[in-house]
Design a binder for this molecule. Sequence first.
Ligand code: FES
Length: 196
Amino acid sequence: PLGNPTELEKIGTVICIGGGVGIAEIFPVARGFKQQKNSLITIIGARNKDLLILESELKEISDELLIATDDGSKGTKGFVTDILKDLLNKNEGLNSTNCLVFAVGPVLMMKKVSEVTKPKNIKTIVSLNPIMVDATGMCGACRVVVNNEVRFACVDGPEFDAHLIDFDKLIIRLESHKVAEHECKMKPKLTERKRS
Ligand code: FES
């Protein structure tokens, strides 16, 4: 419920990409673009077929649904970016004037999507989920660098032009609490061990 609503408009072809739990987030976006009478290609991916969600719902609203799994248990063996690359190479008519890519998923996935579309100058929007604390634009926890400016995902985002995001800085920030997170996860186990 935070930030700005998705800008839905008629573009021509919209390629919606969801990775892991990002599939859940891409669903209302994909539906919205379809309602705007766009041709909708949806690409979803997960580590294996058991982790794929909303497949039938997305199939129903998409003109084409493509699937990638890391282990090949469903669809193409590989990543959503492999499918995207292939799709754009086969459809040279898709360009900056008639195509939009919208991706939600792990930061690394969104970075790779951006790397595929940037040379073709195809506008790409991603929805970021950096760590948030107050979610009112005051604490600065969710800051991201976009077009060399600091922006707050909770009020300025969560959607940004992927080609302008400093993904490397974002990845470093997301990693910065890993040790503390690990220690917190281990704490109950250590307590249990002490009790026994
Ligand atoms: Fe605090 Fe966004 S979560 S500024």
